[in-house]
Design a protein around this ligand. Structure first.
Ligand SMILES: Cc1ncc(COP(=O)(O)O)c(C=O)c1O
Length: 365
């Protein structure tokens, strides 16, 4: 069986280091917001090139708290993409704002900067690009647009830890950016976890308060906050994995490029790198008009594959009625044809060859 992501092999490689640091946390009995969280926040901030990195309980919380700390609330509109995981839009709804979905670029699957201006109203407060599948969105164009129209830029970096654009890490350009450490992410913990990156002292101070019951001083509360803290065990594991993130991402890129080389000539559209930034391949996602046949053949051969995402957000049950008038032709076409293949740093050449062979047989047979 070839899985979508192989966490076991990675654990086996890092086992001694990880077991030792988890044991140290257990022995210290400091479990929440302790020294490992502080050290991980400092190390992540240095890696990302931001002034502040604030740990929290999940990527969803990171986006929610980032929006709240940025002052976004009821009645505000946020321009974003419908070709993403639901959490992007959930975070917007949590603060009482409305997601305004625009179409995506057909090659990168990221929010199309050219579509933004047409939907700006006097209620628009922010633009929230998602660096989907690990490829940076066109932040130069999007941030210039935000500046011109007085909008905030909030980045969804759940899938893009370590991806960079013109020398900047994703997450270092927007006012505030949310990262996820869900186990399958490029930088993944062994449970839920998240982080907000920001250059703003004010946003950072608000975030630290919001994640901890609206409190800066224990048992004194200045706002209604949340219980959304990163725990010490996750932070200890993430500190170890952070030291390897560039190697992990390089190995993902190598695997992705091998797929694309071997798939060339088959009737599929392989992922496009737009050259603006460094794609870190959280997913390797191709387009095929015969997706069901390819998936069935892979399954028969014991190879996992997945559809990220089968239903764009404006067509999800939770949003369909409110967005019945919205048509996003590129998003809808991509959602109908996209297929993600197994990808992880430890994926071997032989596995890639076997996967491509099965796809070739399915399409040529
Ligand atoms: C694009 C995107 N945004 C947000 C999230 C939410 O992250 P989490 O699962 O850590 O809450 C995810 C991850 O699942 C994601 O892929």
């Amino acid at each position: 069986m070839i899985p979508m992501v192989d966490l076991k092999t990675q654990y086996a490689r890092l086992k001694d280091e990880i077991d030792r640091s988890v044991r140290e946390v257990l022995e210290s009995c400091a479990f929440v917001l302790g020294p490992n969280v502080k050290a991980f926040e400092d190390e992540a901030a240095a890696y990302l090139g931001v002034k502040h990195a604030i740990g929290c309980a999940s990527g969803t919380d990171a986006l929610h708290l980032a929006l709240r700390a940025a002052g976004i609330g009821t009645g505000d509109e946020i321009i974003t993409t419908a070709f993403t995981f639901i959490a992007t839009a959930e975070a917007i709804r949590y603060v009482g704002a409305t997601p305004v979905f625009v179409d995506i670029d057909p090659l990168t699957f990221n929010l199309d900067p050219a579509a933004i201006e047409a939907v700006i109203t006097d209620r628009t407060k922010a633009v929230m690009p998602v660096h989907l599948f690990g490829q940076p969105a066109d932040l130069a164009r999007i941030s210039a647009l935000c500046e011109r129209h007085g909008l905030l830029l909030i980045e969804d970096c759940a899938q893009s830890f370590g991806a960079s654009i013109q020398g900047w890490q994703t997450g270092s350009i927007g006012l505030a950016s949310g990262f996820s450490f869900f186990p399958s992410k490029n930088l993944g913990g062994y449970g839920d976890g998240g982080l907000v990156a920001t250059q703003s002292d004010e946003v950072a101070a608000k975030l630290k308060m919001l994640r901890n019951h609206g409190s800066e001083v224990r048992y004194y509360h200045d706002a209604i906050g949340y219980n959304s803290r990163l725990d010490e065990i996750q932070a200890a594991i993430l500190r170890i994995k952070l030291r390897h993130i560039d190697d992990f991402n390089t190995a993902r890129r190598r695997a992705a490029h091998r797929y694309s080389e071997l798939l060339a000539g088959l009737p599929v559209e392989t992922p496009h790198e737009d050259g603006l930034g460094v794609h870190v391949y959280h997913q390797y996602t191709l387009l095929s008009d015969r997706r069901a046949a390819v998936m069935a053949a892979l399954q028969k051969a014991g190879i996992a594959s997945a559809i990220y995402y089968p239903v764009p957000l404006h067509r999800q049950n939770v949003f369909a009625a409110a967005y019945a008038d919205v048509s996003l032709p590129v998003t809808e076409s991509v959602a109908a044809r996209c297929l993600s293949l197994p990808i992880y740093p430890e994926l071997e050449e032989g596995d890639i060859r076997r996967i491509v062979q099965v796809i070739g047989d399915a399409l040529n047979g």
